[in-house]
Design a protein around this ligand. Structure first.
Ligand code: RP5
Length: 173
């Protein structure tokens, strides 16, 4: 991760990738890897809505002024980090439900997706798929004002298309 960390700090971050706990990194690293693959500058932070509420408030309140364009927030269980963050910034907030031990992430999903009208959180799928797609969506949003990132996203999609075989094979697990 040393190389990735250096890359992250080299350019002004456009995406804030936040998560409630170190334990969320196993999922949220997939968002980080997606952003890295697309050349989207980002920062990654642990911010807990209930364990570090002051950190959450100051991060969300300062996010736009610091030049962030999108926030990706991952959390599990009673996952209030995305909604609370969204309540304190006009930036788009993408919520990733992290799979929980007790309820397999359905608690996280419902906590994040069921925002009352007025404060939106763009909610993705539970787990890795949601983290990857949050990275792709964040790149789409940042790419609206950055032709290089939009071009990288189009190349990423073209590679994905090219990787789909025309017929199934016994050789592939
Ligand atoms: C949430 O509680 C975090 O987002 C994490 O998914 C979950 C469990 O956290 P740890 O007890 O592993 O720190 O706040």
């Amino acid at each position: 991760m040393a190389k990735s960390t250096a890359k992250r700090t080299a350019r002004k971050p456009a995406v804030g990738l936040i998560m409630g706990s170190q334990s969320d990194w196993a999922t949220m690293r997939h968002a980080a890897e997606t952003l890295e693959a697309l050349g989207v500058p980002f920062e990654a932070r642990i911010i807990s809505a209930h364990r570090t509420p002051k950190r959450m408030m100051s991060y969300a309140a300062a996010a736009r002024g610091r030049g962030l364009k999108v926030i990706i927030a991952g959390a599990g269980g009673a996952a209030h980090l995305p909604g609370m963050t969204a309540s304190m910034t006009p930036l788009p907030v993408l919520g990733v439900p992290v799979e929980s031990a007790a309820l397999k992430g359905q608690d996280s999903l419902l906590s994040i997706v069921q925002m009352p009208a007025g404060i939106p959180v763009g909610t993705l799928a539970i787990g890795r798929a949601g983290a990857v797609n949050a990275g792709l969506l964040a790149a789409s949003i940042v790419g609206l004002g950055d032709v290089k990132i939009m071009a990288a996203l189009e190349r990423w999609r073209a590679r994905q298309t090219d990787a789909v075989a025309k017929a199934p094979s016994d050789e592939v697990a």
